[in-house]
Ligand binder design. Structure first.
Ligand code: NAD
Length: 264
């Protein structure tokens, strides 16, 4: 418990359950006194998100399907009506048809590509535009990425292409919003067993590979990503924008398999 986020209000988008990265960041922010509005996709998830929100005293819990501009408009105008200004947004949302998260990237059809890029990349731009218009100076926008944006990961395919576009959009928006004192960053998280991750082919193999070959010789925890999220949203990272910050036990620096790693 502390006061790093005392007096700050923001929106956390992408909680599906208590294993969600969005929830880990929300919990870290709430423990430092931050006030959070949650958005969820569809009523089935709403039923899960509401009790989690209540557990940290949050009362603003709103539906928002980010593939729908009108839904984003409505959500942010409701939040503006309640709060006026906000200080942060967490966008922890990604989606691609899991049929194409296996096999070859080359075989991705146009409609699957466009949907993956729409939900996993463009939605952050769409949200950031509305959020920035109601943000206090010192505001912070944060999204979640993965190393598959930079390197080829088996099965990650069109999500890797979407994350590359997302990371580029972080840099462009950081440049656009810097003059307003608003920062835009991404956390590139190591693999964590969540609902979204379960759609990726052979995810267990990816977890094992990272565990054996990362410098820290383990996978990251949800609370470590939560802590990095808190840093990115708070004044502690006041000089940081346009950054893709790896929270992956150091895996991104590795060039070869760890010779000590067992076969998997
Ligand atoms: P998760 O399944 O808990 O969260 C994904 C969220 O995206 C869900 O809440 C889902 O409802 C939401 N979503 C999907 N389509 C949506 C839409 N149209 N409108 C609104 N919301 C929508 O899984 P997670 O792993 O916590 O994922 C959060 C973010 O972290 C994603 O961007 C993911 O790519 C990224 N990430 C995850 C890992 C990992 O290994 N789990 C690693 C690096 C990055």
């Amino acid at each position: 418990k502390g006061d790093l986020m005392r007096g700050k209000r923001g929106v956390v988008m992408g909680v599906a359950n208590d294993r969600s990265i969005a929830w880990a960041i929300a919990a870290a922010v709430a423990a430092q006194g931050g006030e959070i509005a949650f958005t969820y996709q569809g009523e089935a998830l709403g039923k899960r998100v509401r009790p989690l929100a209540e557990s940290i005293g949050a009362t603003l819990v709103l539906p928002c399907d980010v593939s729908d501009d009108a839904a984003i408009d409505e959500t942010f105008s409701l939040i503006e009506k309640e709060w006026g200004k906000i200080d942060f947004v967490v966008h922890a949302i990604g989606w691609a048809d899991k049929q194409f998260l296996r096999g070859r990237y080359l075989d991705t059809p146009r409609d699957a590509f466009l949907t993956a890029l729409d939900i996993s990349c463009y939605s952050f731009t769409a949200v950031a535009r509305r959020a920035a218009a109601m943000m206090n100076p010192g505001g912070s926008l944060l999204t979640l990425s993965y190393l598959g944006a930079e390197r080829v990961m088996p099965h990650y395919n069109v999500m890797g292409v979407a994350k590359a576009a997302l990371e580029a959009s972080v840099r462009y928006m950081a440049a656009d919003l810097g003059a307003d004192g608003i920062r835009v960053n991404a956390i590139s998280a190591g693999p964590i067993k969540t609902l979204a991750a379960s759609g990726i082919g052979d995810f267990r193999y990816i977890l094992k590979w990272n565990q054996y070959n990362a410098p820290l010789e383990r996978n990251v925890s949800l609370s470590e990503v939560g802590g990095a999220g808190l840093y990115m949203l708070s004044a502690l990272s006041g000089g940081v924008t346009g950054e893709v910050h790896h929270v992956d036990s150091g895996y991104h620096i590795v060039g070869m398999k760890n010779p000590k790693a067992p076969d998997i």
